[in-house]
Design a protein around this ligand. Structure first.
Ligand SMILES: O=C(O)COP(=O)(O)O
Ligand SMILES: [Mg+2]
Length: 226
C-alpha cells in the first residue's frame, strides 16, 4: 500500500506564529502610521501571505494603500520577521508527539502553507522540524496557492506521494477549500486563526487538539474517501 501523506498547514495549525506575525505586521504598518492590530484582527488578516495581510490591514483602517508603499511595507515585514525567527513561534501542544506517532506508523509528512517559502522553510529549520517533511511548499512555490487545489497536488507530487493516500490538516477556509479542490479529506483544527467557526468550513473532521490526530483517524479518513 502507498504510504499515506499527512499535509500540514503552518500558521495556526502546526506552529503558533501569531505573536511574531502581529509584531512584524505592527512594525511594518507603523511606518505608515497605522494603528497596531490585535490577535482578533489577525484572524481576519492572515491566510493569503504577507502582501494580502498588509492590504487587509489598510482596508481594516480604511486607509488607501499605493503600490509603492505596499512594496516597501512587504519588505519591511519580511526583513523584521526573518531577523527575529523563530521568535516566540512554537509548535502547538502535542504537534511533535503527533508527527512522531504518524512517522512511526510509516506515514509521511509535508507542509503546504501560504506563507512565503523563504520564510516557512527557515522557520521550520530554526525550530529543528524541517527534516521531518518530504516536501515544504509556500504561497509562492507554484503559480497558484491555497485555496487552489493544485497547491496541495503540487505538494503531494513533490513528496512523491499519491493524492489518493493524502490528507490535509488546517485551521482556515483556505486549507479546507484547497483540500476539497484537490479531492482529498481534510481535518480542521479549532485552535488556529480562523475568523469563522471551523465547524462551518465543511472539513471531513474537526479536532480540538493534536491528541485526536491518531493513525487510526488518518486511516479511517483515507478509507472512507477512496
Ligand atoms: O501566512 C499566511 O498568511 C498563511 O499561512 P498558512 O497558510 O500557513 O496558514
Ligand atoms: Mg493557517
Amino acid at each position: 500500500m502507498t504510504r499515506p501523506l499527512v499535509i500540514f498547514d503552518l500558521d495556526g495549525t502546526l506552529i503558533d506564529t501569531a505573536p511574531d506575525l502581529i509584531d512584524s505586521l505592527n512594525h511594518a504598518i507603523a511606518a505608515a502610521d497605522l494603528a497596531p492590530v490585535t490577535f482578533e484582527d489577525l484572524t481576519h488578516l492572515v491566510g493569503q501571505g504577507v502582501r494580502i495581510m498588509i492590504r487587509r490591514a489598510f482596508a481594516l483602517r480604511e486607509v488607501p494603500l499605493d503600490d509603492q508603499t505596499e512594496e516597501r511595507l512587504v519588505i519591511r515585514f519580511m526583513d523584521h520577521y526573518a531577523a527575529q525567527m523563530p521568535g516566540k513561534s512554537r509548535p502547538y501542544p502535542g504537534a511533535l508527539e503527533c508527527m512522531d506517532r504518524l512517522a512511526a506508523a510509516g506515514m509521511r509528512l509535508a507542509v503546504c502553507t501560504n506563507k512565503a517559502e523563504e520564510l516557512a522553510r527557515p522557520l521550520l529549520e530554526k525550530l529543528g522540524l524541517a527534516d521531518r517533511f518530504d516536501a515544504i511548499t509556500g504561497g509562492n512555490t507554484f503559480s497558484v496557492r491555497k485555496p487552489d487545489g493544485r497547491h496541495i497536488l503540487g505538494t503531494v507530487e513533490m513528496a512523491g506521494a499519491d493524492p489518493a493516500a493524502s490528507i490535509m490538516i488546517g485551521d482556515s477556509v483556505n486549507d479546507i477549500l484547497a483540500a476539497r479542490n484537490a479531492a482529498i479529506p481534510s481535518v480542521a483544527v479549532t485552535f488556529g486563526y480562523s475568523d469563522v467557526a471551523v465547524e462551518t468550513l465543511g472539513a471531513s473532521r474537526v479536532i480540538a487538539s493534536f491528541e485526536e490526530l491518531t493513525t487510526d483517524l488518518v486511516a479511517q479518513l483515507l478509507a472512507t474517501s477512496s
